[in-house]
Ligand binder design. Structure first.
Ligand code: DC
Length: 224
């Protein structure tokens, strides 16, 4: 039987992870957060004290990396790096910067491509990332491009960081988001862009429930 796949792409902080996770729970689909996979590679680069700007050194490291995705009984995605659960650690801001750098390398993307496709082959999925609709699952049943203004995204990221007990100044978070957008849009390999057949959903003025309702509507209208 053909599985249903829902691709959600968009810039960081647009609410992709939270919304995709909630959607997957509502639909009883598997949720795959592909950013977490890139972050896991980035964490290893940082652990090994490699400069993420050194492509060859980063690619050499891939030989030592075993990345695994496991789901806990409550359906949450956990990332394992060489057998160790790094789900919390990969969210640190420093890892975000490393992730943006290492995800620009074609070798890193190629290393992770099949893994992502295999996950979608296992069942119905909601998969979020930057290039899911354009590269990873070009035949996804529904493609959504989720956006929000940089300021709205920075406000949400600040609230999230504060909740985690690692607050950061708004201006700093905003400038990091803008820098990351620029990097993700301008990189040569799999840049962040809306697939031609993706439906754009802007959540700037929507709260969580409003965004979720909007996404459900788009999915109901497009999955036959
Ligand atoms: O969504 P996120 O912030 O967890 O993603 C971390 C980084 O990984 C971000 O800089 C973009 C990159 N990424 C990517 O290039 N392709 C994906 N499919 C997912 C994330």
């Amino acid at each position: 039987m053909e599985h249903i796949s829902i691709a959600i792409d968009g810039p960081s902080g647009a609410g992709k992870s939270t919304l995709a996770k909630a959607l997957a729970a509502k639909l009883n689909f598997l949720y795959v957060d592909t950013g977490a996979i890139y972050r896991t590679i980035a964490l290893y680069v940082s652990h090994r004290e490699i400069d993420p700007g050194q492509e060859k050194e980063v690619l050499d490291l891939l030989l030592d990396i075993h990345v695994e995705l496991r789901y806990s009984s409550d359906g949450l995605q956990h990332m394992f790096l060489n057998g160790e659960d790094v789900t919390g650690e990969i969210r640190l801001p420093e890892v975000s910067k490393y992730a943006s750098a290492v995800s620009a390398y074609p070798g890193v993307r190629a290393f992770l491509l099949q893994m992502q496709r295999d996950l979608a082959g296992k069942g119905n999925v909601v998969m979020d990332g930057r290039d899911i609709g354009t590269v990873v699952l070009p035949d996804a049943d529904v493609k959504i491009f989720l956006t929000a203004s940089p300021e709205a995204r920075a406000r949400r990221r600040c609230a999230e960081l504060e909740q985690r007990g690692t607050p950061e100044p708004f201006e700093q978070v905003l400038s990091e988001i803008q820098q990351r957008d620029w990097d993700d849009i301008h990189r040569e390999t799999a840049p962040l862009r809306k697939a031609e057949d993706a439906i754009e959903v802007d959540t700037t003025s929507l709260d969580f429930n409003g965004s979720l309702r909007m996404l459900m509507k788009v999915i109901e209208e497009n999955v036959v």
